[in-house]
Design a protein around this ligand. Structure first.
Ligand SMILES: Cc1ncc(COP(=O)(O)O)c(C=O)c1O
Length: 401
């Protein structure tokens, strides 16, 4: 069956695209409307899908509804930022309560200390933390701090790494709009190669930045020995080690650094930690972070109108202290582990590598075009079973004509 499907793959893909266009006239219309005022109808490259993306008009729990009224179970989870789902009552209540007291106060507010304390308790390598508005910004700030603190300009990154819109090394050579820092590019999971490069470039390296699991580069786990070797080599050469845990901090109560047993000098955070609102944070060693203390002579400036945005601080604090508790961390990651094992089992039984995005939309499941899945708290076992069954049906039947 699979073989015969493969011979007519272009025809089947064209038919699937036709069905998609016919099924989604309102999403198409809205795409065309957007394209009159936004390049390609898009303001966020990763959510573009040819011939046009679905316009989502509503989300509730783990359910999405598109502009043509179709319902989907959300297995994208906003690329990990949607961990709480679309309408968690604790998050909604925190936002509503904050709204009632004013949202642009132009001063420290009552939520940020609670939130900062919860983050520092959760991730002990963060002795001090500062907030910003995205993971990209957190990385820009952490790396700029590293450059000032060491007096050296260069940053070591890894092929396949993604640290934000201006820090992407997913495709060869890196993005043409990367920030203009001098980069030294090493191979991910090559401990010896990276240690040699760190030694060879120590005179110019401010920091090594690494995702302890490469997310956008293909969900590739960092080998523990590799990450520990980075810690050792950076410490030996007085280079700072930055863990980008924007995506991975949700994977255990103390992030992946806790699992691997590595204490980085600086850590960057983002995504779900803002409760579903725009969020970024960076933190780490107190001696480094204190450079931002504005009461000190020569303090580094770090302004940002929305650094302590009231709604984000309130939603993030409520989420971390009341919702994503240790028990929930364990439950959600257990659910993810079981789903991954089932999908890997299907592929192994059939000797296949697969990606089934289009078919999965028709079956009512939404996830990223590149095959990326991120679970959220409102998903239940029946959703997981349904998703796995839809994948299995796809593998057994091939692409439906
Ligand atoms: C590991 C990692 N770092 C940084 C970022 C950038 O975060 P943001 O999209 O909030 O700028 C992302 C986003 O996907 C990420 O996965």
């Amino acid at each position: 069956m699979i073989e015969s499907v493969a011979t007519d793959l272009p025809g089947l893909v064209a038919a699937a695209e036709r069905r998609y266009i016919d099924r989604n006239p309102e999403s198409r219309r809205r795409h065309e409307e957007r394209a009159e005022v936004m390049p390609g109808g898009n303001t966020r490259s990763v959510i573009h899908v040819p011939p046009f993306p679905l316009t989502i008009v509503r989300g509730e729990g783990a359910r999405l509804v598109d502009a043509d009224g179709h319902e989907y179970v959300d297995f994208l989870g906003e690329y990990t930022a949607g961990l709480y789902g679309h309408s968690h009552p604790v998050i909604l209540q925190a936002i509503r309560a904050a709204l009632d007291d004013g949202i642009v106060l132009g001063a420290p507010n009552r939520y940020e200390a609670v939130f900062a304390q919860a983050i520092c308790e959760r991730f002990p390598s963060l002795e001090l933390v500062r907030f910003c508005n995205s993971g990209t910004e957190a990385n820009l700030l952490a790396l700029s701090l590293a450059r000032v603190a060491t007096g050296r300009p260069a940053i070591m990154v890894f092929e396949g790494g993604y640290h934000g819109g201006v820090f992407s090394f997913v495709s060869a050579g890196g993005s043409p709009i990367n920030a203009p820092f001098p980069f030294v590019v090493a191979q991910y999971n090559d401990a010896e190669g990276a240690a040699q490069l760190i030694a060879g470039h120590a005179h110019e390296l401010a920091a090594v930045i690494v995702e302890p699991l490469q997310g956008s580069g293909g969900v590739i786990p960092g080998e523990h020995d590799f990450l520990r070797a980075l810690r050792q080599a950076t410490a030996e050469h007085d280079v700072l080690l930055v863990f980008d845990e924007v995506m991975t901090s949700r994977l255990s109560t103390g992030g992946l650094q806790q699992v691997v047993g590595v204490t980085p000098d600086l850590t960057t955070l983002g995504k779900y930690l803002g409760g579903g609102l725009a969020f970024g944070a960076f933190g780490g060693r107190a001696d480094l972070m204190r450079r931002f203390d504005p009461s000190r002579a020569g303090a580094l400036p770090h302004a940002g109108t929305f650094n302590n945005a009231v709604l984000t601080m309130a939603a993030g604090a409520a989420g971390l202290t009341q919702v994503y508790t240790a028990g929930e961390v364990e439950r959600l990651n257990g659910l993810g582990d079981r789903l991954r094992d089932r999908l890997n089992g299907f592929a192994a039984e059939r000797g296949l590598e697969f990606s089934a995005t289009g078919h999965m939309l028709e079956a009512g499941y939404s996830y990223a075009r590149r095959g990326f899945v991120a679970l959220s708290l409102p998903l239940g076992e029946p959703d997981i079973d349904g998703f796995a069954a839809a994948v299995e049906a796809f593998l057994d039947g091939g692409l439906a004509p």
